[in-house]
Write a protein that binds this ligand. Sequence first.
Ligand SMILES: *[C@@H]1O[C@H](CO)[C@@H](O)[C@H](O)[C@H]1NC(C)=O
Ligand SMILES: *[C@@H]1O[C@H](CO)[C@@H](O)[C@H](O)[C@H]1NC(C)=O
Ligand SMILES: *[C@@H]1O[C@H](CO)[C@@H](O)[C@H](O)[C@H]1NC(C)=O
Ligand SMILES: *[C@@H]1O[C@H](CO)[C@@H](O)[C@H](O)[C@H]1NC(C)=O
Ligand SMILES: *[C@@H]1O[C@H](CO)[C@@H](O)[C@H](O)[C@H]1NC(C)=O
Ligand SMILES: *[C@@H]1O[C@H](CO)[C@@H](O)[C@H](O)[C@H]1NC(C)=O
Ligand SMILES: *[C@@H]1O[C@H](CO)[C@@H](O)[C@H](O)[C@H]1NC(C)=O
Ligand SMILES: *[C@@H]1O[C@H](CO)[C@@H](O)[C@H](O)[C@H]1NC(C)=O
Ligand SMILES: *[C@@H]1O[C@H](CO)[C@@H](O)[C@H](O)[C@H]1NC(C)=O
Length: 390
Amino acid sequence: MVNATTVLGVVLLARHGDRLEFFQDPFTYNPAQTVLTPLGSVQEQQLGTFLRSTYLDPASPTVIDGISADVVDINQVAVRADAGGEGAVILVSVQGLLQGLFPPTTDNNITLANGTTIVAPLGGYQAIPVESVEPNEDVSLEGFTSCPNFDNHINQFYASEPFITEANIARPFLEKLHKFLGDRSINFTNMYNIFDFVNVQSIHNATFLAELPPTFGAQAYGFANFHENGVFTGAAPGDIGNVAIRTVLPSIFTSLTRIANSSDPLKLALSEISYKPFISLFNVTDATSTDPSIAGIVDYASVVSLEVHAPASPADEPTVNMRFKNGTSDPTFHDLTLFGASSVPLSQFISQLAPIALNTTQEWCTACNQTTLRGCSVFNLDPLEGSRST
Ligand SMILES: *[C@@H]1O[C@H](CO)[C@@H](O)[C@H](O)[C@H]1NC(C)=O
Ligand SMILES: *[C@@H]1O[C@H](CO)[C@@H](O)[C@H](O)[C@H]1NC(C)=O
Ligand SMILES: *[C@@H]1O[C@H](CO)[C@@H](O)[C@H](O)[C@H]1NC(C)=O
Ligand SMILES: *[C@@H]1O[C@H](CO)[C@@H](O)[C@H](O)[C@H]1NC(C)=O
Ligand SMILES: *[C@@H]1O[C@H](CO)[C@@H](O)[C@H](O)[C@H]1NC(C)=O
Ligand SMILES: *[C@@H]1O[C@H](CO)[C@@H](O)[C@H](O)[C@H]1NC(C)=O
Ligand SMILES: *[C@@H]1O[C@H](CO)[C@@H](O)[C@H](O)[C@H]1NC(C)=O
Ligand SMILES: *[C@@H]1O[C@H](CO)[C@@H](O)[C@H](O)[C@H]1NC(C)=O
Ligand SMILES: *[C@@H]1O[C@H](CO)[C@@H](O)[C@H](O)[C@H]1NC(C)=O
């Protein structure tokens, strides 16, 4: 643990669990629907149980001060989930996580005027409100689709010398892998989809798993990490390549500030998301400088925690530090660095990242050069002569 003072609260970013094949257009990241599996729900429930033992157990050194641990106080908890391209995968995932975080308890009861005590259904199941974040109404959890400047960034990456070099390195491997891929393209631009197919089949198809040479899964993962890290980062933090986290930052700032405010009840803010914002977050916070291995696709049911710790002395301000757990097979949190430090004052965390935050839909429309979709047309109030031609 980097910081021994009281934990005031946490901002959590969690990835969904195991799902079936997920195709994304390599040039736009436009998604195709898929479904969460029972394994995915189990992974999320295990993640929730882990987070409960870390942040809600009074015996944990990082228990959140003053949190209602057994019966949830819904004023202390704010939960959002990406309702975008995967279909309901992420919305359903968050239910599994919450089942582990706040499991059913017979304490979830009420005694009526006639003296009868009623326990909530399913042994005291705790239903927790989740905000469903629809990309067409709120770009914050899926700012990377329908974003023309991001598409330009992807094309520039595909045309770059490092990409072409890596594609040449990958080619002999992809030629050997080809016979396992059905009719899927082995063009390196398609590397995410190749990896996803191999990964999903390796988990769900016994014949495929038995036939695939043992190192192929890890090799595909390695090449996909290169691919996705290039797509979802930028040469500078404010580049459009980092749009996946730039739209999430405003809600992170708001939650951290609310947690630090002792008059505000919020203690735990959770956003359930895809793997993309993780990659951009690790890039804009410089975390990958200290831990290069985290650059890439985090495993299913991974979590990042931004912990808000009370100041070491009353004259100081609260601090923020970042921890990461890479999916179900990773047993514990790992401390990451923020701008090279193990923790930073809250005001510094915000002031360092505020310049790259996309705070409003209008700012996103401008950054993306999107003029029609996602509600951007209402900001396009300056009709140009040329826009009426052809
Ligand atoms: C109802 O909840 C209280 C705690 O709030 C607990 O002490 C009590 O045992 C519960 N009653 C039942 C019937 O489970
Ligand atoms: C008290 O009211 C509840 C809810 O209407 C009902 O289910 C229960 O049977 C009542 N108990 C008694 C003792 O009348
Ligand atoms: C891979 O796809 C890109 C984009 O469609 C294309 O420009 C390139 O020629 C393709 N590469 C090969 C080796 O077919
Ligand atoms: C499982 O993998 C085998 C071997 O690659 C393939 O022939 C079969 O179509 C796959 N089954 C499904 C349901 O995808
Ligand atoms: C702290 O929270 C209280 C209660 O929500 C609110 O009235 C107050 O404005 C907040 N203070 C700051 C500095 O945001
Ligand atoms: C962020 O990503 C860019 C582009 O991939 C890379 O050049 C830069 O080194 C990355 N920054 C860190 C801290 O890893
Ligand atoms: C995350 O976990 C996956 C699956 O266990 C592994 O392949 C990958 O290398 C891990 N990544 C990091 C950064 O530890
Ligand atoms: C976005 O919000 C942050 C934090 O409130 C603020 O510092 C920054 O100036 C805002 N950006 C713009 C462009 O208004
Ligand atoms: C924005 O997109 C339009 C096409 O929709 C294009 O004509 C224009 O050059 C783009 N502007 C910038 C700054 O990229």
